[in-house]
Design a binder for this molecule. Sequence first.
Ligand code: SF4
Ligand code: FE
Length: 484
Amino acid sequence: MPLKTPDEYFESLKREVTLFMFGEKIKRFWEHPFFKIIEPSINTAKKIYELAQQEEYKDLMTAKSNLTGETINRFTHIHQSVEDLIKKVEMQRLLGQKTACCFQRCVGFDAANALFSVSWEIDQNHGTHYHTNFKEYWKEVQKQDLFVAGSMTDPKGDRGGRPINQSNPDAYLHLVEENDDEIVVRGAKVHQTGFLNSHRAIIMPTIALREGEEKFAISFGVDTNAKGITMVYGRQSCDKRKLEEATLDIGNFKFGGQEIFVIFDDVVIPTNQIFMNGEIEFSGDLVNRFAGYHRQSYACKTGVGDVLIGAAALAAEYNGVHRASHIRDKLVEMVHLNETLWCCALACSLKGSQRPAGNYEMDMLLANVNKQNVTRFPYEIGRLAEDLAGGIICTMPSELDLNDSEIGPILNKYLSTCESVSPRDRFSLFRFIENLVMGVAAVSYKTESLHGAGSPQAQRIMISRQANIDKKIEMVKEILNIES
Ligand code: SF4
Ligand code: FE
């Protein structure tokens, strides 16, 4: 059965790469002192492999492949039913609950599901072989249980100009040359979630392209350690706390995400790994379909929200105020917001349908509404969590002071609240909340909620395209017998 154990996953990831981090060029990242910063994101990835091994989670974490017939990790599955779409979001909520961060494997998963139907449609129109290329490529991903990143966002240069008009000719990733056996590509992809802890990546265009922009309409699969790929690790708030002795100061010291800046310097891609090459009229479909699947994926934030609500409730308990009616009401508000997010994630899955290629796709309008809510509600849930925890989440001393023989006992005395509550546990909880609302984990819970899978305006454009206002006008006219 092609299900890797967490250790097998980590071992298979130990391949030399070209990585820059804090001004250092690193090849064997797992042996470098900075690995302490990278490790939580590897732990998160390992959690996905771990849960897939457990009987309790098998139904959510695994699926039967339509390509190989084998049991595979659901993150490599091509959805075969509405039930699959629902299990996808249930799995994502579960993983948010288990890790309280971005678990990074959804991007390649969503790219694969979008490409399955788009490559099929290109072949129907152009007589190309992209769908076969994709299926063969993806079978290997399923057989080896590979972790796959998905790359869409180009640096874009001057947003007012088209790709072809940029003063930096590489502002959009593009084809450089091609022959019968391979193509050469150049450019960059930014904000790349989970690229370093992925074995492979699927690359897609970043916008709908027009005539004359064919060289930017490319999609392909690539190994993340391929020659010509350079990664630069994203700097995040408080990240160097992971290098310090005080583990509790980190907050979520087990799990985390990673964001990478990826440069493609004349990377060679074999022809059988190409899924689109110049078919501009399908570039918009690929962008929108991937974005739709990924906007459905933001069910992840409800899982993280569950943990944050739990943390806020525990903070109230530790502070001895949990019986106050306004505290209970704030918790109700947090739950209301979180479950409203969940309603949309479930609804867009439940209203999914089959594509002509045979796979299933979520409801596009509802997926965009889901993500639009995600750009707002986690901020309010986070604000309420800060309210309940109190200002102490950003005024506390370090764990090192707590452990100090001179000042430690005094701090413990003044940090004590209710008798049954250990000051150390309370300290750990407050650091966890700090981490989620303003530390490294806020990257995932807040900024990623805002900009991941497209910034708020991108969803509004998609909502307006599908709003069908004319039909709504007809409804009122019918009721009022209006004809003009
Ligand atoms: Fe998955 Fe959510 Fe992270 Fe996107 S932000 S990769 S949907 S966990
Ligand atoms: Fe994301």
